[in-house]
Design a binder for this molecule. Structure first.
Ligand SMILES: Nc1ncnc2c1ncn2[C@@H]1O[C@H](COP(=O)(O)OP(=O)(O)OP(=O)(O)O)[C@@H](O)[C@H]1O
Length: 559
């Protein structure tokens, strides 16, 4: 029976330190105990890192505590994830049945108290202490004399993970303080091992999840165009794109800013028989009104002062391919007339030129405005609208396809990690937080937030709290979303009001705004809020895109 052979150091310890075996326990010197302690530490440390599972090292630690120092029936009790119960996870010298009884609520018995308070407790005599439950091991299994019970908290970063506890024969020459010191040291070591293991598990789980999401995204047909996502609404838009890719009919891409209209325009080009020919993009919001004509149709040498050589316009450059007119709602009325004529006749005339040139261009236009409303107030030609709107494809906002947020977030994370030689991860909690956010700036905003997080963090894995710090506060959101609709108003084709922030641009009479009306900070802030989209930033400030660009360039702000 165990009680017969239980001494201050166990039987096996005497075999290990055989040279001292002839000495009775009571005469053992401090040097003997130092040697035992060193041996214990050496052996426990040697086990660290051999396996990813901390179990074997902790198990051996409890074994050596008993063998070398005589602290018997050691156990490690760990709190569950909710922090409400602890149960024995590792033990030495306890039967399976005893272990199964080792479950403690907070404040229950000595162990429960240590779990709740994170403070060491020493029960000098288990037979006299009313707090000692005696639930696990029958008294008859313990040594006859007074037995103590020590419960040392296992804490990491001010948090209690569990308890390292053991029995101790009370009357022995080795000072209690030495045993407490050793237990404190070993509890700290166990805490580090457990914490490291938990971090590794969380990281492995987040990698597994990323892998699953990326595999799923890759498997979707959209991925071949670099379009990430598998939500029904997105796949619907991709299907429509594929259905019309072979035709030459104009396509109008509708959707909020940052929903991927340009990406879709490129995908349409790649899916079409024109893929080997050029894809030319013109951002109508970025061209000064006076330069539109030469930009789109080109000019002959000598057409105007400064026209020192012939220049092809975007239509000519895109001949045989696709011309993408982004922000088509910004096209001045005079240019709308010229564009319509070009589309009807299939030819252009360069500025200063006399002959017409036949061109074969597939037109894809995009807007985040309600073009019908622009038509209704006379800002957009109806005939051009019909001509462009032959095939409308509506891109869902990110809020409408929040199920795609984790895959998109990881897609951007990979891209940004690679570009910056970083290896930052997003935990499941971080992905959930990203998914809960409404993303008024859609995928562009998501990409920007992830880029900021990756570049500014010094942590390997970002948690939900880290994400929180990079998301705009409620006030900021409300300020940027007139009508309170941060996630975006109804889309073109759905009826309802205009896009958030669009009210300023649809005002019939725009008040005069001096060129110095906005500070660099205000411009930068609006650009950040709009996820980097200048048109939307202009809308937020009540400026036209041209007014915004003018101020931006004038202040010498970098793109
Ligand atoms: N489905 C998607 N998968 C992966 N990346 C996407 C997706 N949609 C958009 N993006 C990315 O989001 C960013 C914004 O997309 P894009 O410029 O195509 O939006 P947009 O609707 O044209 O915006 P705007 O109206 O402001 O010009 C780009 O970096 C783009 O690559």
């Amino acid at each position: 029976m165990e009680r017969e052979c239980e001494t201050e150091t166990g039987r096996v310890s005497r075999q290990r330190s055989g040279r001292r075996a002839e000495e009775p326990d009571s005469e053992r010197s401090p040097a003997f105990w130092r040697a035992q302690e060193m041996l214990l530490l050496q052996q426990v440390m040697a086990l660290a890192g051999r396996k990813t599972d901390p179990g074997p090292a902790l198990q051996e630690m409890l074994h050596l505590l008993s063998e070398l120092l005589g602290l018997n029936r050691g156990r490690i009790v760990l709190l569950d994830a909710a922090g409400r119960h602890g149960e024995i996870r590792y033990a030495y010298g306890l039967t399976r049945e005893e272990v199964s009884r080792g479950r403690y609520g907070l404040h229950e018995g000595i162990t429960g108290r240590v779990l709740a308070t994170g403070q060491l407790m020493v029960c000098q005599n288990i037979d006299r202490d009313p707090l000692f439950l005696g639930r696990m091991v029958a008294r008859s299994r313990l040594p006859e004399g007074p037995v103590s019970f020590i419960a040392q908290p296992i804490r990491v970063a001010e948090r209690t993970l569990g308890v390292l506890a053991c029995h101790r024969i009370r009357r022995r020459p080795r000072p209690l303080a030495d045993d407490l010191q050793m237990l404190k040291l070993l509890a700290a070591y166990a805490g580090q091992l457990l914490q490291l293991h938990a971090q590794m598990q969380a990281r492995t789980e987040s990698l597994r999840q990323q892998n699953r999401l990326l595999s799923r995204a890759l498997a979707s047909s959209a991925s071949r165009y670099g379009i990430v996502g598998s939500s029904p609404r997105l796949l619907q838009a991709v299907t429509e794109l594929e259905q019309v890719s072979d035709s030459t009919a104009s396509v109008l891409l509708l959707g909020e800013s940052g929903t991927g209209k340009e990406l879709f325009a490129r995908a349409l080009h790649l899916a079409s028989p024109r893929r080997e020919a050029p894809f030319i993009k013109v951002n109508c919001a970025a061209i000064p009104e006076t330069l539109f004509e030469s930009e789109l149709f080109g000019y002959e040498k000598g057409a105007f002062t400064g026209a020192q050589s012939l220049r092809q316009g975007s239509f000519e450059q895109a001949d045989g391919g696709t011309l993408f007119l982004d922000e088509i709602g910004e096209l001045p009325l005079a240019m709308q007339t010229k564009l319509l004529r070009t589309l009807q006749e299939g030819s252009i005339t360069r500025l200063g030129g006399k002959s017409e040139l036949a061109i074969d261009v597939r037109l894809v236009a995009a807007t985040n405005r309600h073009l019908e409303e622009e038509v209704a107030r006379g800002a957009f030609r109806q005939d051009l609208y019909y001509r462009l709107n032959v095939i409308p494809i509506r891109l869902p906002s990110l809020a409408e396809r929040s199920g795609d947020i984790p895959a998109l977030a990881l897609h951007h994370l990979n891209r940004i990690n690679q570009a910056n030689q970083r290896n930052v991860h997003l935990t499941g909690g971080a992905l959930e937080r990203l998914q809960a956010y409404p993303w008024p700036g859609n995928i562009r905003e998501l990409g920007n937030v992830i880029e900021r997080m990756v570049l500014l963090t010094d942590r390997a894995a970002l948690e939900a709290e880290d994400v929180e710090r990079f998301l705009p506060g409620e006030q900021e959101m409300a300020a940027g979303a007139p009508g309170g609709g941060a996630a975006g108003g109804p889309l073109p084709g759905e009826g309802g009001g205009p896009f958030p922030g669009a009210t300023a641009t649809v005002a019939d009479v725009r008040p005069y705004v001096p060129a110095t009306s906005h500070s660099p900070e205000a411009l930068c802030h609006a650009l950040r809020r709009s996820g980097g989209n200048k048109t939307r930033a202009a809308q937020l400030l009540g400026l036209t895109p041209r007014q915004f660009s003018y101020r931006w360039n004038k202040l010498g702000l970098a793109d």
